[in-house]
Design a protein around this ligand. Sequence first.
Ligand SMILES: *Cc1c(COP(=O)(O)O)cnc(C)c1O
Length: 416
Amino acid sequence: MIYNCPHCGGLLEAVYGKPALPANDLKTLWRSRRTSNAPLDQSGVWRYREFIPFLGEDLASAVTLREGCTPLLPGKLAAQYGGLDSLVFKHQGFNPTGSFKDNGMTCGASQAMRLGMTRVACVSTGNTSASMAAYASAAGLLPVIFIPHGNISFGKLAQALEYGAKTIQVEANFDQILALVRTLAERLGIYLLNSINPFRIEGQKTIMAEMLDQRDWKVPDWVVLPGGNLGNVSAFGKGLRELKELGFIDRLPRLAVVQAAGSAPFYDLWHSTDRSHLNAISHPETLATAIKIGDPISWPKALHELTTSNGLVEKVTEQEIADAKAIIGRCGIGCEPASAATLAGIRKLTAAGIMRADADVVAVLTGNVLKDPTYIHQYHTGVLRTGTGEAIAPTFGNPPIVLPNNEDAIASFLSA
Ligand SMILES: *Cc1c(COP(=O)(O)O)cnc(C)c1O
């Protein structure tokens, strides 16, 4: 299987001709599918199938768990905290397995079916494996997942096991395992569903189509998202550019990628005078395991998309992520640590005067609050520590309170 261009070595991407229908007709068609009971119309990915036509007319191999269809949620307290008049979250944690990986995986698994594959594999810090396990099993494929030993959130590993994946833990970090699995997949004829897979990128494009559809195609000023391997920002950028080329929108939002400070090779690249190559970080550190990537595979694409959209890269500390996450929780919304990097980044960008207070901002929450309950409990009880052992202050801590089994004591506590 070829994933890279034989000439330049870059990752391949899907390219199509123009759809048969003009943008306005497609907008109407896509909107009308929301009232349909057909499974592919109910999917927030396949509803936009003319935008990702890699299966052609034959949709029989499409496998859906009704992914996408994720809400736009305004967060008042989060806006205040971020220095904005208003802020809307596009919450991808509402997906079937709780992260945006489902938007891509529905397409990756469908392509594997189309190619007649029987086994699929990925290496993942968690959400990719949870998602791939679910979609492969739903399609009748055998999922094989490789995970770094240690440093994985229990919720995600539990999902992979429950969805029936053969799960192999290897004593190496993410980047080392990825190299190993690429060779293994070739040797054993297993279809790779890592973010080098161009069809996953196609599925993730629809997050931007759905967001714009939900806003009646009003383009925001900014779209803010966390960055790890940088597949998602590549997908958003590609999707937005294509929507503009096809006449759905007349301008691009600025893309802002936020990285964790201990795992920010793309931030360093962006702020370097030489953007011709990325200096990988051999020991990335962050409790936001979904973005703990030292050698992001999609950086050339991401760089192109940020340049095209007049975007930027910000980085935030572990304390900033933890506090922003608690604020998102207090909005009644909640998310996993990596997702909260968005709000932490917004707070820095408004403070620096780069993002205006009256800007129209959509922040993408990439994963569900229940992905990492250990982190949450430790934060609120004041025992959370970074990977290098520094204490994280429970700035917005909300620990449980122990009281005696005594009505008066509880009443007086509650009236205080
Ligand atoms: C995968 C993931 C990310 C990082 O996305 P990339 O495409 O690797 O940049 C961020 N947040 C969550 C919850 C994820 O699962």
